[in-house]
Design a protein around this ligand. Sequence first.
Ligand code: PEP
Length: 258
Amino acid sequence: MIKRTSPIIVGNWKSTPRTKEEGIKFIKQLEKKIATSKNKIPKKAYFIAAPDIFIPHLIPHAKRGYIGAENVSGLELGQHTGMEIPSQLQSGGADFTIIGHSEVRKLGETVEARAQKVANALHIKLTTILCFGEHKRDKEGKYLEELENDVKNTLSLVKRELFSNLIVAYEPVWAIGGAVPATASECFEAVIAIRRALASLGGIDYAKKVQILYGGTVSKDNAKAFLEEGGVDGLLIGRSSQEVSTFVDILNAVYTQK
Ligand code: PEP
């Protein structure tokens, strides 16, 4: 069971590292650097979304963090070759899963498929980090309306009572994997749109239970600003989570005492 630390710092390893030994080495080094940090980093400080097959190998070493999956199938138990369903991830030890990352959407994941994935994962209380974000921004602000509709459609099968296991990541696609992150104020307006959509689905009290992350070219230099001015409860980090040093730099930046 995940006890929410705030802020939630999530790394997304994607198709890295090459071997489970490298993954274990990473987690061991990360744990050591957190333990010896001069900053007061909480007991459970990180989430790492890793390749499924590595998850059970990483868990015994991840004392100060959570290990989860990068995607899950929305299909039911049965005849679906190569598809891992939420109960299988959970039983294999995954603490959480990401759903709807733009790199998965790009491969053809439909809104219906995503809606089924999130409904099935939350049904068994598997903590879910659900990603949303516009491809580009238009001057009229239509992307905000599209963002809200996407949130509403994707969560259409989910009972609001299950919102407490839901984390939403705002990840503008134009800011992922590039050089230019969103600004904290761009992030803030998207967070308002997401909260509005959540409130229209489940009412304000349930909407408040959902923590929201920002993702897209996060680094040690901008991490704190998103948390302090971007209206988010955490960060979803791609490239900078794939090297121990850059990931620890972000944790230290977030937890630097003034
Ligand atoms: C991501 O892929 O979710 C992501 C945020 O990537 P990056 O941090 O590399 O932009």
